[in-house]
Ligand binder design. Sequence first.
Ligand SMILES: [Ca+2]
Length: 566
Amino acid sequence: MIPRSLTALALGGLASACSTLTGSAPAPLGAATGAALSACADLPARFAFANTRLESAATVTDLRQAGHAVPAHCLVKGRMFERKGSDGRDYAIGFEMRLPQAWNGRFYYQGNGGLDGNVQPALGALGGGPLTGALMQGFAVISSDAGHTGAQTPYFGSEPQARLDYGWQAVAKLTPMAKDLIRVAYGKRPDRSYIGGCSNGGRHAMVAAARIGEEYDGFLAGAPGYRLPAAAVAQLQGARLWSELATPGATARHPLVPTASIPDLGTAFTAQERQTVARAMLAQCDALDGAADGLVQATQACQARFDIERDVPTCTGARDGSCLTPAQKRAVAAVHTGLRTAGGQFIYQSFPYDPGIAAANWATWKFANSVALDPLSVGTVFSTPPSPVDFARDDLDARLLRFQATNESFRESGWSLMVPPGENVPVNMKPLHARGAKMILYHGVSDAIFSAEDTRQWVERTDRVLGGRGAQFARYFPVPGMNHCSGGPAADQFDLLTPLVKWVEQGQAPQAVVASVRGAGNAGGVNNELPAGWSPARTRPLCAYPTVATYRGSGSLEDAANFSCR
Ligand SMILES: [Ca+2]
């Protein structure tokens, strides 16, 4: 196969006169131009937009991010669609906007994670352990709770409109309001608009691309849980597998309710045992990228090479951490191959093998969140009608049908409101590609809740839909070793928004983006799980799939400059 990057380079070299025949990339959209903020404290009095109330506006000059001062800006707080829900509770789409005094002419919608419910500060933070963010870079940024409060989580899922707002409507309602507020504050609407986030925030970006793509020029989808309901059911099935192997009666602390306990599924596959599996992977795969450096960057090649049955020692006596029992091997293999229901239905996706399996976040998702969080969202937010889930006994075949169901109250199914339309045939990407919009995706290869393979396959499907020109529109940057959005033995500190802007506005397609680990003293927060032998400032190129960060053969293994994307 010819790497798509080379194809794009070749096509980009042809004369633009042949564009419709050769399929060369659409012209860049051109740079945004900035403006000065003309109003702040008086915005609530001056701004009128349907179903919107601004509660406050004040200048902020003392905010810091990762040890650096965030430029002075106006913090606006407000609410849209305040209403009494069908459950008698008060609902609204709460939001904040941060409007820099020195604006770069761009709008950034910050998608938040999990089940939403909190107005996270509108910093537009970028990457794991962020050093920078959209606000720092001069964007006007909005953040919202997506239509419910933390206290209403996850029970908002039983209120039909709140469920819709969480799924996709909050983004659709907030976007035109935010652009109009920008017009009032700066005297013009944004020249360019971007939306990004990780996890559920990445899902928001992908859903926005499919549903309201015309509103945005650039999409930054991190670990996009774009089939979140299916991922959550796979978690339930996984918890059953682990519980068969767990120490009977062992309990762990509930991650949300300090006074409650959950079965300690981590005893099924302990930290030592996960280290043993990671070592076996490294023995097979570490050098495939030319460097025995503790990072498996040749992810696809490793999937063909690593064989858990063959490469991990089988226990001949009691478990002691250095081996797996045959039953453990079957469970770990099944989770990576992709789980099925009792009825034989393939639930979600395979997961690539990656040494990040040994990190804590992997275990938290597989062993704790699968019991404590996923049953709540499955039962309350995605099922019609809503009904509680017993992770050990729920009929998962019936549950998957309930994701597709509608009734008089819930007129859009849980699946439909969560998942980007056309997720299997991403037809809505065609007009975006034609207009010159761009998408950058990234995903931790050892993400335990949303599969990096699911993202890779979406990129492949999009490429087919665009007739092999997918690399002109969407580029995917796997992050080797990284868990869910950050953490793990990985270079997880990076800014993919800057290259997205250059791609959208100047036509510079990103091929390699430098990422750093977060060792001792890192201003974005230290990653305590970095292997002892790594430099605290190790860098690596993140490479656009299908290229792989490959060692050039000489120079320090700690420096990205000694690796190229091949
Ligand atoms: Ca390596």
